[in-house]
Design a protein around this ligand. Structure first.
Ligand code: COA
Length: 322
């Protein structure tokens, strides 16, 4: 039986930091409201001309350095992103060109905030079946580009960034299981209205922005994340007490607290970056993982539960022996 193991992690954040106090100058909001409802204190924002692929490249270079691999070692690149640089070539190909990787499959997939978990699930399957030895998996976004900066209900929530992992085939686990789901019945609760084959004129005019019914999203997310925790533990015949670290999607501190409570986990065992990064969509889980790996909290052998939820709705988890 083959498994994939995480052998390197990395992240990249834009230099520009926007605090809640900065947002008070733009929309009718307060630092107190944003902190108490979301846990967010600041977020990073891509500079003009700085793209999702720029951030992805930074994260991947860090992850490859940590894994001590070079371009010739990479057999596959999978990127979760809803804010790619171009319609095509896909961001995997753009990354290949920057990193000097020639030949292996490289592609991106859209699953909104669950993008990294979906990408990890796909890459893990390829490694497990023996077709791929080493894969680069990325979550990268510049969501601040597609929010309405006059809408206080959404613009305070999002930030930009990228996180990446390198996974490699191993006889020992590794990634124990991944679980991914979607339900399009919820498509109208959280979405971006236009694309290429619909509403292209609005897109070109920059007239569209992320739409969200925050309250309803919140309720479904909390319920669904609770269920995926149960599903993941059951699939591995593990109990709540067997998880060392929860690495949740960083959308909202209250959502994270609800999932931690369901797991009976003290918040000291939950990796939190929402205060510094805001909701970076597909980038949030791999960035949080990288933060806790690099600051030494996560140690080899620890059991990690990664989970995410996003527009679609999409949701997923990964149970990892680090
Ligand atoms: N500053 C100040 N007031 C704000 C505000 C802001 N940035 N945004 C909204 N409000 C106001 C609303 O207008 C409303 O005012 P009203 O009562 O006069 O109408 C009031 O605050 C309450 O709004 P509501 O939407 O009910 O607040 P909430 O407690 O549900 O918190 C969210 C709003 C967005 C923080 C919360 O719903 C949430 O986090 N939802 C999930 C969003 C999410 O994570 N999406 C991504 C999923 S991957």
């Amino acid at each position: 039986m083959k498994y994939s193991r995480i052998i390197g992690t990395g992240r990249c954040l834009p230099d520009k930091v926007v605090t809640n106090a900065d947002l008070e100058k733009i929309v009718d909001t307060t630092d107190e409201w944003i902190r108490s409802r979301t846990g967010i204190e600041r977020r990073h924002m891509a500079a003009e001309g700085e793209t999702t692929c720029d951030l992805a490249e930074g994260a991947v270079r860090e992850a490859m350095a940590a894994a001590e691999i070079g371009p010739d070692d990479v057999d596959m690149i999978v990127i979760g992103s809803t804010t790619p640089d171009q319609v095509f070539p896909n961001m995997g190909c753009l990354l290949q060109a920057r990193l000097g990787i020639h030949g292996p499959a490289a592609f991106s997939l859209e699953a909104a905030c669950s993008g990294f978990i979906f990408a990890l699930s796909v890459a893990d399957k390829y490694v497990r079946c023996g077709d791929v030895k080493t894969a680069v998996v990325v979550g990268a976004e510049t969501l601040t580009r597609i929010v309405d900066w006059n809408d206080r209900g959404t613009c305070v929530l999002f930030g930009d960034g990228a996180g990446a992992v390198v996974i490699r085939a191993d006889d020992e686990p590794g990634i124990l299981s991944t679980h991914i789901h979607a339900d399009g019945a919820y498509k109208d609760l959280l979405y971006f209205p236009s694309g290429v084959s619909k509403g292209f004129d609005q897109l070109k005019a920059g007239a569209d922005a992320v739409q969200m019914r925050g309250n309803e999203v919140f309720k479904v997310a909390v319920n669904t994340l609770g269920q995926i925790v149960d599903e993941t533990l059951e699939a591995n015949s593990l109990g709540k007490e067997d998880i060392d670290w929860l690495i949740p999607h960083q959308a909202n501190i209250r959502m994270i607290q609800a999932t931690a409570k369901k797991l009976g986990m003290p918040m000291e065992r939950v990796v939190l970056t929402v205060q510094d990064h805001g909701n970076t969509s597909a980038a949030s889980v791999p960035m949080a993982l990288d933060v806790a790996v690099r600051d030494g909290r996560i140690q080899r052998g620890d059991r990690l539960l990664l989970e995410a939820f996003g527009g679609g709705f999409t949701w997923g988890s990964a149970l990892v022996r680090y």
